[in-house]
Design a protein around this ligand. Structure first.
Ligand SMILES: C=C1C[C@]23C[C@H]1CC[C@H]2[C@]1(C)CCC[C@@](C)(C(=O)O)[C@H]1[C@@H]3C(=O)O
Ligand SMILES: O=C(O)CCC(=O)C(=O)O
Ligand SMILES: [Fe+2]
Length: 352
């Protein structure tokens, strides 16, 4: 059995055995509820219960063809199949290709390779994704870039329906969240988790909360995603009967925007010794300079504020420059922010 290098080994706490009981994620048929007030209200109730408990639910019949999703995986495969030297050259300023985040971490390395890029919503749906792929990988990757650009546009479309459902479930104007995220700054990531000879000592992704606002995840038919709820790791298994299902989860930023009413939950990814696992993850964020604050409806009964106002730009910088994203990123960010505010504005930051 080939030895997993030391750097990929995780703590026994992170590797705690998972439960056989699966996470209760309501599956919402977006087509069935469109234009049907009663069905929409019922769906909003299911979403509210799930988001108040663990922040995960799933959607199907969302308008993105399953054939197109599969073809996007195939396009991303052509990146992962490149020689390592070519893949390693396709990284700039921490964007593009990474294997195990070896470019920024030296311990607790995740057992994965990934390709990460930005998708900023520009109404004219510019070719910024295609241009990025060609600049990082070469002209011959135009087709891969086109598929990814189309996939991001599709995810932006799906996010509009999901944000309407979330707004209704929160009791705010149905258009509130989609207006807020109209000029979104998304992060798109194609993940490949190679099969591992010794899967019990490493992780595809360590325990963490997504710092982002809303995650729209498609997982292939290989299990591995688990969510930490009531002190147990509960799997979110693939759904063979609805393989187009997208897993939606609330991130730290949206949890703060709901003043903590909706939960951003710790989750992780296990690897296995049989097959690779792949996922396509679209992380929705607001425009970086927008002040994140709860809607007035969530504060009208004198609720105390559980989080300070902040911007996504501030939080993202914190995850990249000051704290490795894990289960405690948001509380660590809040204290860092308060410390920043306490410092006289002309003083040097503590960490430099
Ligand atoms: C803002 C982000 C930081 C990460 C990418 C996006 C949203 C999810 C974050 C991440 C995937 C959570 C697990 C740890 C992480 C380091 C990773 O494994 O990639 C996180 C990303 C990051 O910091 O690059
Ligand atoms: O690949 C998955 O199933 C989840 C990945 C994840 O949680 C992340 O990248 O934040
Ligand atoms: Fe995540």
């Amino acid at each position: 059995m080939h030895k997993v290098p030391e750097q990929f080994m995780w703590s026994s706490k992170a590797l705690e055995k998972g439960s056989s009981e699966k996470l209760n994620t309501p599956l919402i048929d977006l087509k069935a509820i469109k234009g049907d007030e009663v069905a929409m209200a019922n769906a909003a109730k299911l979403v509210r219960e799930a988001c108040m408990k663990h922040g995960f639910f799933e959607v199907t019949n969302h308008g993105v063809d399953y054939d197109f999703i599969i073809s996007t995986y195939r396009q991303c495969d052509s990146i992962f199949k490149l020689p390592l030297s070519k893949k390693l050259s396709a990284m700039k300023d921490k964007w593009g290709y990474s294997v195990a985040h070896a470019e920024k971490f030296s311990t607790n390395l995740p057992w994965k390779e990934m390709f990460t890029y930005r998708y900023n919503y520009i109404p004219a749906s510019e070719s910024h994704v295609v241009d990025y792929f060609k600049s990082m990988l070469g002209e011959e990757f135009e087709r891969v870039g086109l598929a990814n650009q189309k996939y991001c546009e599709a995810m932006k479309e799906v996010s509009v329906s999901i944000l309407e459902l979330l707004s209704i479930s929160l009791g705010v104007d149905p258009l509130y969240l989609q207006k807020y995220f109209e000029d979104c700054e998304a992060i798109m990531r194609c993940n490949r988790y190679p099969r591992c000879e010794n899967p019990s000592i490493t992780l595809g992704v360590g325990p963490h909360c997504d710092p982002t606002s809303l995650t729209i995840l498609h997982q292939d038919q290989v299990s591995g995603l688990e969510v930490y709820v009531d002190d147990k790791w509960l799997p979110v298994p693939p759904r063979p009967e609805t393989p187009d299902a997208l897993i939606i989860n609330i991130g730290d930023t949206l949890m703060a925007m709901t003043n903590g009413v909706y939960k951003s939950c710790v989750h992780r990814v296990l690897v296995n010794n049989r097959v690779d696992r792949k996922s396509l993850v679209f992380f929705l964020n607001p425009k970086g300079d927008k002040t994140l604050t709860p809607p007035k409806e969530l504060l009208e009964n004198g609720e105390q504020r559980n989080y300070p106002d902040f911007t996504w730009a501030q939080f993202y910088e914190f995850t990249q420059e000051h704290h490795r994203t894990d289960a405690d990123t948001l509380p660590m960010f809040v204290s860092w922010l308060q410390n920043q505010k306490a410092l006289p504005s002309n003083s040097k930051p503590l960490w430099k």
